[in-house]
Design a protein around this ligand. Structure first.
Ligand SMILES: *[C@@H]1O[C@H](CO)[C@@H](O)[C@H](O)[C@H]1NC(C)=O
Ligand SMILES: *[C@@H]1O[C@H](CO)[C@@H](O)[C@H](O)[C@H]1NC(C)=O
Ligand SMILES: *[C@@H]1O[C@H](CO)[C@@H](O)[C@H](O)[C@H]1NC(C)=O
Length: 765
């Protein structure tokens, strides 16, 4: 609808009128006009007579706060009316955000105070990570903690003077509730706004000083060597490894794919063979535990976010795209190393989940699914995990006595429920069972005196029945249907890696379609810039550092899975644009937000991994790969300088940035480039080479494909070695050959595939 009717709508919603009388005008989009007019008898044109339509206004959740998005309109209002800003940052699947929303923001009395004394801004942290990151640093430094929902009070100049996380609505246990806080701040602001402005100003100055006090590559850190850093990181994980349950440390346990990826790299380089073996064993053990646990959705596939206990049993039930993406990478590599089908099965399971529940029709992937849902269609209160858990009797009803008995034995189902009340503070899981693999197929077969095949087939059949039941009879959890460029980048990477390793064309198709979606909807070809997100159309938010770095990573992987150079070209264009927008020319490293973003008062750089890898760490690897492959030394230089920019943190806190340590190793050891060259009559043999090489795990491997005589493409254009190889004749390479290149030197062409493979695997003991 045109913007005047939007205003109209807002006003009526504020006045809580259930009806909206609107005049349909030419400004309305054709499709809206058509749908509305077709409901009015005999009126097909608005040219002949004015047309009014009465609409019923539905509001799903009554939310009386006058929210603004982050942006100039809100800032201007705060300045004009000289009011402080209340900023609330949360995200769709955040439990306490919903609680605060319900308790405070939907409360008329609270909303009245908020609307009267504050300009209220709501931000989705995934859509605007720059705002989130900056004010979270403030909250962490001033309160010693942080989290979501984040509640921060700002001056009209956006300087924070007070911040916290969740507030209860009323005073409790001697702590002020949200209403009290609002009232007090409004009073102080009315009495002496200058005081708060001054506080805001000095806070920002302190934040600036704090950020800039991290010395770029101070000389004391120059003793830092990549291997000692990697060894320290390995030691940290070895000493915190949980030998009984897998994973690191105690409850709650996150799958932390970034740590597992580091350990696999550590294994792959075979720096100290004994430790390498240990690193691999820790990863494989953890992966098997996670796959068997309740954190894995055995009925509906995919993984929940984390486990509240230390043995992967009772999860927080939301499912995030970034976890699926990174777990695809880890499980694929575990399969690549072991050739154990168990890991390949998990890869297929994740792909089944994302392509069924998170896929947009045009190929992009949605962000997440909620933990809470209505237990039944008639219920009015959502419960955590309701979509995923089962009562013993329910299983009997759906599966019948015999199959239910067998199924319950295998998946740890108990009559009284299998959730420890301690893991269920709100009693939402009473009598419920979170499925986990308590007994192996073999044990189940023994117990029921049946063959393993028949047990497997009964279990498979039961799982499909439960899935069907769940999909048709239970209300689904809320889908966070934003499509984020950054997370899609991770997903493209995960799918392309899995496709390459499992030699699976359907996974490759998913990766290609997701890349095409981003290209068609969130990329400006003429400016070479990315947008952040899409929901029923592209948002107007510009891309952040992670949108660029994760997409570039995804495209490099997609190139290696398809050998289609358009992806590599795009990756290179994005990298140059990323350097333009985010690189710190003075001190190295990349800022999280763009240089010209005026609304962020201090630009920060991220080096530590969270649930996703640090965008700086990913950038170091991207720069190293693209710099080598496209022979642009500035890129290799930026990779080095970015490492230097974080040397002091790397020296002290390497374990908190495992992805960075991996990238540091990659830059130090260099890329092992395998150039496959062949003429177009030998494509089948070329494929055989590709498949065999794809099955070998080498952390720093990069495979490139050259078809003789073809001179177009960014590789031939930029890389002189590849240009020379492309000029060779079929006789020179004997049909198909592999060139193994390291440290800027390529060996003689190798025509014998076995020799190629034994060269690549020679360092594994
Ligand atoms: C190499 O990378 C730098 C840094 O982004 C860029 O300015 C330069 O144009 C690139 N060179 C070529 C030949 O593309
Ligand atoms: C490579 O081939 C092109 C024509 O395809 C030719 O012009 C050029 O001289 C060749 N270069 C070398 C180094 O052989
Ligand atoms: C592998 O190939 C490279 C390049 O051809 C060569 O320098 C290296 O010695 C080979 N390594 C082994 C173990 O065969």
């Amino acid at each position: 609808m045109a913007s005047n009717s939007q205003e109209h709508t807002n006003r009526l919603i504020h006045e809580k009128s259930p009806y909206l009388l609107v005049r349909v005008t030419r400004q309305w989009p054709q499709s809206t006009r058509y749908v509305l007019l077709s409901m009015v008898k005999n009126v097909w044109s608005i040219d002949s007579m004015p047309c009014f339509i009465m609409l019923l206004v539905f509001y799903q959740a009554h939310n009386p706060v006058d929210w603004y998005p982050w942006g100039e309109e809100a800032f201007q209002k705060a300045r004009d009316e000289n009011k402080p800003i209340f900023l609330s940052v949360g995200y769709s699947t955040c439990h306490w955000c919903h609680v605060m929303e319900h308790e405070s923001f939907e409360n008329d009395r609270v909303a009245e105070i908020m609307n009267k004394y504050f300009v209220n801004i709501k931000v989705d942290r995934e859509e605007n990570p720059g705002v989130d990151r900056f004010y979270m640093t403030f909250v962490q430094l001033t309160t010693g903690g942080g989290g979501w929902p984040m509640s921060v009070f700002l001056t009209p100049d956006l300087q924070p003077f007070m911040g916290a996380t969740y507030f209860p609505p009323e005073d409790k246990f001697g702590r002020p509730g949200f209403k009290t806080i609002l009232t007090r701040i409004a009073q102080i602001w009315a009495a002496s706004p200058e005081k708060l402005k001054q506080a805001g100003k000095s806070t920002v100055a302190q934040l600036k000083a704090y950020v800039e006090s991290k010395p770029p590559g101070s000389s004391s850190a120059s003793a830092l060597t990549p291997w000692s850093t990697a060894e320290d990181t390995f030691d940290h994980f070895e000493s915190s490894f949980d030998e009984k349950q897998g994973g690191f440390g105690g409850a709650p346990k996150f799958p932390t794919p970034v740590q597992l990826l580091f350990l696999l790299d550590y294994y792959g380089y075979q720096h100290k063979p004994n430790d390498a073996r240990k690193a691999l064993d820790m990863v494989l053990f953890t992966l098997r535990k996670i796959a068997a646990g309740g954190i894995h959705d055995h009925v509906g596939s995919g993984f929940h976010r984390y486990s509240t206990d230390d043995h992967w049993h009772v999860p927080h039930f939301e499912k995030m795209l970034y976890d699926q993406a990174q777990l695809l990478m880890v499980y694929s590599r575990a399969y690549q190393i072991t050739k154990d089908e168990l890991y390949a099965d998990v890869v297929k399971d994740i792909v089944r989940y994302v392509s069924r529940d998170l896929l947009h029709g045009d190929g992009g992937f949605y962000a997440a699914e909620d933990a809470d849902s209505l237990p039944t269609a008639e219920a009015t209160k959502k419960k955590e995990g309701a979509f995923c858990v089962w009562e013993a009797g329910e299983l009997v009803d759906i599966l019948g006595d015999d199959a239910a008995a067998l199924f319950s034995y295998r998946y740890g189902v108990k009559e009284q429920g299998n959730v420890d009340p301690e893991q269920d503070p709100h009693n939402e899981l009473e009598k419920k069972n979170v499925l986990f693999e308590q007994h192996s197929i073999k044990e189940t077969a023994q117990k029921f005196a049946a063959s393993e095949e028949s047990v497997s087939s009964i279990l498979q059949d039961s799982l499909s029945k439960l899935l069907k039941y769940r999909q048709t009879s239970r209300p689904k959890p809320h889908l966070d249907d934003k499509i984020l460029t950054s997370w899609n980048g991770l997903m493209i990477s995960g799918l392309a890696q899995a496709a390459r390793i499992l030699d699976d064309s359907s996974m490759l198709e998913l990766a290609t379609r997701a890349a095409t979606f981003i290209r068609n909807n969130l990329y400006d070809e003429s400016k070479k810039t990315l947008l952040r997100s899409y929901r029923e159309g592209p948002s107007s938010i510009d891309g952040f550092l992670d949108d660029y770095s994760y997409m570039i990573m995804g495209l490099i992987d997609l190139y290696q899975a398809t050998f289609d150079q358009q992806w590599l070209q795009w990756a290179y264009d994005l990298q140059l644009k990323q350097n333009d927008l985010f690189y710190d020319n003075d001190n190295g490293g990349f800022f999280s937000v763009k240089r010209d973003d005026q609304s962020i008062l201090v630009r920060l750089k991220d080096e530590q991994d969270g649930a996703e890898p640090s965008a700086n760490a990913v950038s170091v690897a991207n720069l190293c790969i693209l710099g080598t492959l496209l022979q642009n030394l500035s890129l290799s230089d930026m990779a080095q300088k970015t490492i230097q920019a974080f040397e002091s943190t790397l020296a002290k806190l390497a374990f908190s940035m495992p992805y960075f340590v991996s990238s540091f190793l990659l830059v130090t050891i260099g890329i092992k480039e395998i150039i496959l060259a062949g003429d177009d009559k030998n494509m089948e043999r070329m494929h055989t080479f590709q498949r065999a090489i794809n099955r070998v795990f080498i952390p720093n491997k990069l495979v490139v494909n050259v078809v003789l005589g073809k001179s177009d493409g960014v590789l031939q254009e930029k890389n002189t070695v590849i240009r020379d190889i492309a000029n060779k004749s079929a006789d020179d390479v004997n049909g198909v050959s592999a060139f193994i290149c390291e440290n800027f030197a390529c060996g003689m062409p190798i025509q014998d595939l076995d020799k190629v493979i034994s060269n690549l695997t020679s360092h594994y003991s």
